[in-house]
Design a protein around this ligand. Structure first.
Ligand SMILES: [Ca+2]
Ligand SMILES: [Ca+2]
Length: 303
């Protein structure tokens, strides 16, 4: 009887202990599995974040100074110019306690020495304050400065949209417009005569809200077009293009749509037309695709 009692009392408790151990093991596995999922998500996000950051950091750039090609490097509020061999040539600090938010190399006055267009701002700010132009003729020298503070500028570029041989200065701003009174990114365009800036086009918007834009001669007619990353109403994105028709821009064709498009850059020429590289997201990964203007749209070009 004693044996039976012991057996009867031990059997369920041993079973319960086994169950508890099994349950603990199960919990452990679930926890490890959940942790793995979290780690995988974090790694995935980290890679995507890396991609975006690396794409945006498209510096240093080449600066042509007559026959000599130098490399421009921008760090905080300082512009450093190096020879191709890596020797420091000159350096310029734009303004104490400020940072350079956007920059563009261009020979504005066609003297074979490039100028550097800069958008400067406060360290923690999203938008810039001043448009600054640096000349590199004999030394680095600030030749122009204008405040854009009330316009929330975020990008500076230059382009010849009308093909007259003079480069226009393009400033991407974030503001309300008279006929479109909501905060939005807008592509403003200015004429620059070497000393002063005058508005050429301060259009209220493109066809759709846009994220980023560049200029390139995509049809080979000697005039630069706007190439913009636009948001579609379905949440996807598209690359759209516009030509200058005098007093404004007119749409001329767009790319296939993608889940995401994070960056644009100019590639080489194909039959005189500039190929556009777009960083697009398809399925799970980001990749660069080459887009080529053909028959009224941007098509996938051959590599
Ligand atoms: Ca022009
Ligand atoms: Ca063109």
């Amino acid at each position: 009887m004693i044996w039976t009692y012991k057996k009867a009392s031990q059997e369920p408790s041993s079973l319960a202990r086994d169950e508890r151990i099994a349950m603990r093991k199960k919990k452990k596995y679930i926890l490890i599995f959940a942790l793995l999922i979290v780690i995988l998500i974090m790694i995935g996000y980290g890679f995507q974040y890396e991609e975006r950051v690396s794409v945006e950091m498209d510096i240093p750039r080449t600066l042509q100074m007559g026959t000599e090609a130098c490399v421009v490097s921008i760090e905080g509020d300082t512009v450093e110019v190096y020879s191709k061999a890596g020797q420091p040539v000159m350096s310029y600090r734009v303004n104490h306690g400020k940072k350079i938010m956007s920059s563009y190399v261009c020979d504005l006055d066609h003297d074979s020495v490039d100028e550097l267009l800069l958008l400067t701002g406060e360290n923690e700010a999203i938008y810039g304050e001043n448009l600054v132009i640096l000349s590199f003729k004999d030394k680095i020298e600030e030749v122009f400065r204008r405040s854009f503070t009330n316009m929330n500028p975020w990008k500076v570029q230059s382009a010849d949209v009308d093909g007259d041989g003079h480069m226009e200065i393009a400033v991407g701003v974030y503001k309300k417009a008279k006929f479109h009174p909501v905060m939005a990114k807008r592509p403003f365009l200015y004429d620059f005569d070497g000393t002063s800036l005058s508005p050429k086009w301060r259009g209220s918007r493109l066809s759709r809200p846009f994220d980023d834009y560049i200029f390139a001669d995509i049809d080979g007619n000697g005039k630069d077009e706007i190439v913009a990353i636009e948001f579609l109403s379905n949440g996807r994105k598209v690359v759209n293009t516009y030509y200058w028709k005098g007093f404004g821009f007119e749409g001329m064709g767009e790319s296939p749509e993608y889940e995401d498009i994070t960056a644009l850059r100019k590639n080489g020429l194909k039959e005189g037309r500039r190929i556009i590289d777009a960083r697009v997201k398809e399925n799970n990964g980001y990749k660069w695709v080459a887009l080529y203007y053909c028959n009224g749209k941007l098509v996938l070009g051959e590599e």
